[in-house]
Write a protein of this length. Sequence first.
Length: 304
Amino acid sequence: MTNTDIAVIGAGTAGMTAAIYAKRSGFDVTLFEGYMPGGQIVNTGEIENYPATGKISGFDYSMALLAQTEGTGVSIVRKEALSVARKDGGFEVATAKGEYFAKALIIATGAKNRELGAAGESRLVGKGVSYCATCDGAFYRGRKVAVVGGGNTAAADALELARMCSEVVLIHRRSEFRAQKADIDKLRALPNVKFLLDSVVDEIVGEDSVRAIVVRNVVSGAKSEIAVDGVFVAVGQTPATALFDGLVKRDLSGYIIAGEDCVAADGVFVAGDCRTKKIRQLVTAASDGAVAALAAAEYLSERE
Ligand SMILES: Cc1cc2nc3c(=O)[nH]c(=O)nc-3n(C[C@H](O)[C@H](O)[C@H](O)COP(=O)(O)OP(=O)(O)OC[C@H]3O[C@@H](n4cnc5c(N)ncnc54)[C@H](O)[C@@H]3O)c2cc1C
């Protein structure tokens, strides 16, 4: 069993920021990453909205943050946390590489965007397929895009994109939207927004970039190809939090319930996209990381 003061699960922006702050507060920190340091952003073509970095690729941003984290002396375990349980006043984290005992826990496991499952989708991510209008909308200024989804995120994305794109086609598999009526009314009043209801996207077409989508009407079965430059998928997110069931409270969608203080339970702190909050972006993940780490440091200092 390896001992550490603070275990941070997940090396995305939230986890790496938390690790930097916790280490700089004088604690021994072990950061666990099951896939690739950087998290969701690592495969993103370009980031334009993070302060002071200018335009930067998701990969370069992730590697810069990783280098900074490693430079502080944080121990990085490139293994998935397979189980986490309370033990002897702290927490036992099990990985395929062994068990770790931590006095405090920071959960920063993020979330994954749900995919449509359309042919061509995964191949064209970052090449016209996006899961984040706030992040990528500006790349489609003056161009025609599709938004897929029927909830509040899809409606908000369509409104945001309609301000800059020549045309927005909003595609929803049902005849009614789950999104707030006020937003749908605003969309209906916009001349550059078209609706395709009772419709699903079967295929996203293009070689190096998106060229068109193949849409099927679920009532008639009729298929049509529509030329678009981008496809924004807004069919929900799934937080990676099942592992912590019993340790923390989760909302109906699986997000760990905690306020802006990032305190989830006694000795457990939560940062980034896996926390209940409104805005899920790099800057809010970094902010959470700092808040969670300083709260964990305060918790440990009070116990000593
Ligand atoms: C395509 C795309 C483009 C985006 N573009 C932008 C943008 O331009 N600007 C912006 O501000 N935001 C953007 N975002 C949003 C941004 O990426 C997220 O808000 C941010 O990554 C959240 O950081 P996080 O650290 O909370 O979670 P994540 O980035 O999801 O990181 C969580 C990490 O935890 C790891 N993990 C999960 N479970 C375990 C486990 N059991 N054990 C060990 N490790 C585990 C994961 O592998 C992952 O590395 C984009 C998102 C996507 C999907």
